[in-house]
Design a protein around this ligand. Structure first.
Ligand code: SF4
Length: 385
């Protein structure tokens, strides 16, 4: 066993994490679920989602049998939604092609949707003791520092070098579980991005970055590219105690989730409002921003109260979501936050007089409806309807 692996294994025995809910199991379904959830997501966040998900889908068969919309609902808030779509597709493949059992081999695992080379290795090592190397973001950082590997770890030549190192360092089979977990723990708790605790590190004496004072500069950051901003207008149409939402297409941004109708221009939005409710006037709220990996979404919400349902309510993919359900519906986090604000503003505003559910509302109730929209944050300053 390499000296590096020996030290990591010994350190894990003394200082490794042991209390995470997905540790101590060799159930490939549970390990796979935790590995997918942990990609680009903090442990503290995953713990909550993991328990809720397992309660609803205790095994791969129940997940495969569920509709995608239900999976998206339970995933909502975790972000990176392609993971949830792949999770569902993977469960179906495991059931249809592997008789409900995950393959034991890392190469076969890596052929399943959403399982990359590192995740496949982690599942194979934890569940089947396979001798396969992991290389997630944390491990890349540890290796780049320890071996003073220059260059951005996402660049293909640098990544190849890191993979070679990861494979050279592997211990024998019997130590694979402890080594894999130890390496993960080292990256997550000691060799952290911002404040590494080199004084507590088991491999400090052989770490080149530590010895040469280059810890802060390694690994090299992603080369900077300007991040484009996409500007859109979103419609918050409120009818009674419900808001109009649309199911997004299965792929792309927020794929498969419920979201507010979105338009490229304010003019297009107002045209939609006119078909939705004759004479209604949308009010603009302050713009919000949400950062995705490759672009920033700047969205300007417009709110309108709809007194009566119009044909748009029956469009395929559109539905009226009760505001009381926004915490549990499959909504992206920024849209849920926006709807929380809208719901709070409506709760503070005076209730409108009752009117008939069909036909144009009375002038009194219409004025009250407009007043409630005016009471939403920011609407008075910038009417644009
Ligand atoms: Fe990371 Fe410091 Fe350990 Fe080197 S000595 S691997 S920089 S924690």
């Amino acid at each position: 066993m390499s000296e590096f692996a020996q030290r990591v294994v010994a350190w894990h025995a003394k200082c490794g994490r042991r209390d995470l809910p997905w540790q101590g199991t060799r159930d490939a379904y549970r390990v796979w679920l935790s590995e997918i959830m942990l990609q680009q997501t903090q442990v503290a966040t995953v713990v909550r989602y993991y328990a809720r998900f397992l309660q609803r889908f205790p095994d791969v068969a129940s997940l495969a049998a569920a509709p995608l919309a239900e999976v998206m609902r339970l995933w909502a808030g975790l972000g990176y939604y392609s993971r949830a779509r792949n999770l569902h597709a993977c469960a179906r493949r495991v059931v249809s092609e592997h008789g409900g059992e995950f393959p034991r081999d890392a190469l076969a695992l890596a052929k399943l949707p959403g399982i990359g080379r590192s995740t496949a290795a982690a599942i194979a090592a934890f569940c089947f003791g396979a001798r396969a190397a992991i290389l997630d973001g944390n491990v890349k950082r540890v290796l780049a520092r320890h071996f003073a590997v220059d260059g951005f770890p996402g660049a293909s030549a640098v990544e190849r070098r890191l993979w070679n190192l990861a494979e050279e360092l592997l211990p024998q089979r019997r130590a694979m579980r402890a080594y894999t977990q130890g390496l993960m723990d080292l990256g997550a708790t000691v060799c952290t991005r911002a404040r590494p605790r080199c004084e507590a590190c088991p491999v400090a004496s052989t770490c080149l970055a530590f010895r040469t004072g280059r810890v802060a500069e390694l690994p090299a950051p992603r080369p900077r590219k300007p991040v484009p901003t996409r500007r859109v207008h979103t419609l918050i149409a409120v009818h009674g105690d419900a808001v109009l939402v649309e199911r997004r297409a299965p792929t792309g941004v927020w794929g498969g989730l419920l979201a507010l109708p979105q338009f490229d221009s304010a003019a297009a939005l107002h045209a939609a409002v006119r078909t939705l409710a004759d004479g209604a006037r949308a009010r603009r709220l302050p713009a919000r921003r949400h950062a995705f990996t490759h672009f920033t979404l700047a969205f300007t919400p417009h709110v309108v109260r709809v007194a009566r349902l119009a044909p748009r309510a029956g469009e395929p993919g559109a539905e009226w979501l009760p505001l009381a359900q926004i915490e549990t519906a499959a909504l992206p986090t920024p849209i849920r936050a926006l709807l929380r604000d809208v719901r709070a503003a409506l709760a503070l505003a005076p209730a409108p007089r009752k009117h008939r559910s069909e036909g144009r509302p009375s002038s009194q109730s219409w004025r009250t409806t407009q007043r409630r929209c005016d009471d939403l944050p920011g609407t008075r300053a910038s009417p644009d309807g």
